[in-house]
Design a protein around this ligand. Structure first.
Ligand SMILES: Nc1ncnc2c1ncn2[C@@H]1O[C@H](COP(=O)(O)OP(=O)(O)OP(=O)(O)O)[C@@H](O)[C@H]1O
Length: 240
C-alpha cells in the first residue's frame, strides 16, 4: 500500500490572481481515511485530479509509494491510475443498456480485453456486499442510491490501494447518501485502501479519521476528527 508525499504543489489557472492550489507539504500514511472539505472553489476537485493523475501537477511533486506521478507521461499515468486508483464521482458514469455486473466489469474489459481470473467472482461478491441483489438488472432501472453503490463496486473490483471519491453523495438523498458513505469507509477498511473523499456532506465527514480543509487553495489545520467512529493511523501534515 503506498503512502502519499506531496511537496511544493502549486497550480495556477489563467485569469486567477492567486494559485488555485498552493500546498507546500502534505503526507498521508498508507490506509489513511481522509475527508477533503472546504468552500466551493477552494480547490478540492483540482487537488483530487492531481492526486489521481487525471491532471499533471505543473509544479511540485506528488509521490505515491515509489512513484512520482508528476514524472510520468500521460499514457504511463493512465496505466498507473488503472492499476492503483478506484474512482467514485458525483455522477455515476454508468453505461445504460448494460447490467450492474457488466458495468462493474467494463473498465477491466476495456483495459485488458479479457478478464483476469477471479474478477467476475469478485464483482459478484462486491455487488452482493454493496446490497445489489439483482446483478443482471439494467443500470438505468436502478435507483440513484443503487447506481452509486454499483459505482462503488466498480471502483473496488481491481482491488486498488487508493480509493478516491469526489462528492460521492452529492446527488443522493440523505438515506442513500448515508449508505454510500458507510460503504466507502467500510470497504476501504476491508481492503486496506487509502480513502480520500472530497465532500461537503457532514455525515460523510464524520466517518473519516482525518479532515483536510482547503481555503483558497491552501490547507488549513483541521486535524483529527473527534466524530470519527474508530481511529486509524492516519496522520496529516498540512504544515499550513
Ligand atoms: N480549468 C480551469 N480553468 C480555469 N480555472 C479553473 C479551472 N479549473 C478550476 N478552476 C478554478 O480553480 C478554483 C478551484 O476550483 P475547484 O473546482 O478545484 O474547486 P472545488 O473546491 O472543487 O469547488 P466545488 O466545491 O464548487 O466543486 C476555482 O476558482 C475554479 O474556478
Amino acid at each position: 500500500m503506498p503512502e502519499l508525499h506531496v511537496s511544493d504543489l502549486v497550480v495556477r489557472f489563467p485569469g486567477l490572481e492567486r494559485p488555485a492550489l498552493d500546498i507546500p507539504t502534505l503526507q498521508l500514511p498508507a490506509g489513511a481515511h481522509v475527508a477533503l472539505t472546504g468552500p466551493s472553489g477552494s480547490g478540492k476537485t483540482t487537488l483530487i485530479n492531481i492526486l489521481t493523475g487525471l491532471d499533471r501537477a505543473p509544479a511540485g511533486r506528488v509521490i505515491w509509494g515509489d512513484t512520482d506521478i508528476g514524472r510520468l507521461g500521460e499514457g504511463a499515468r493512465d496505466r498507473w491510475r488503472a492499476g492503483h486508483v478506484g474512482l467514485v464521482m458525483q455522477e455515476f458514469h454508468l453505461f445504460p443498456g448494460l447490467s450492474a455486473l457488466e458495468n462493474v466489469l467494463l473498465p477491466q474489459r476495456l483495459a485488458t480485453f479479457r478478464l483476469a481470473p477471479g474478477r467476475r467472482a469478485e464483482a459478484d461478491r462486491l455487488l452482493a456486499r454493496v446490497g445489489i441483489e439483482r446483478p443482471g438488472q439494467k443500470v438505468e432501472t436502478l435507483s440513484r442510491g443503487q447506481m452509486q453503490r454499483v459505482a462503488v463496486a466498480r471502483a473496488l473490483v481491481a482491488r486498488p490501494p487508493i480509493l478516491v471519491a469526489d462528492e460521492p453523495t452529492a446527488s443522493l438523498d440523505a438515506d442513500a447518501g448515508a449508505a454510500v458513505a458507510e460503504l466507502l469507509a467500510a470497504l476501504a477498511r476491508e481492503v486496506g485502501a487509502t480513502l480520500i473523499v472530497a465532500t461537503h456532506d457532514a455525515r460523510l465527514i464524520a466517518g473519516m479519521a482525518q479532515v483536510l480543509r482547503l481555503e483558497a487553495g491552501r490547507l488549513v489545520p483541521a486535524g483529527a476528527n473527534p466524530a470519527a467512529p474508530a481511529p486509524t493511523h492516519a496522520a496529516v501534515d498540512p504544515a499550513a
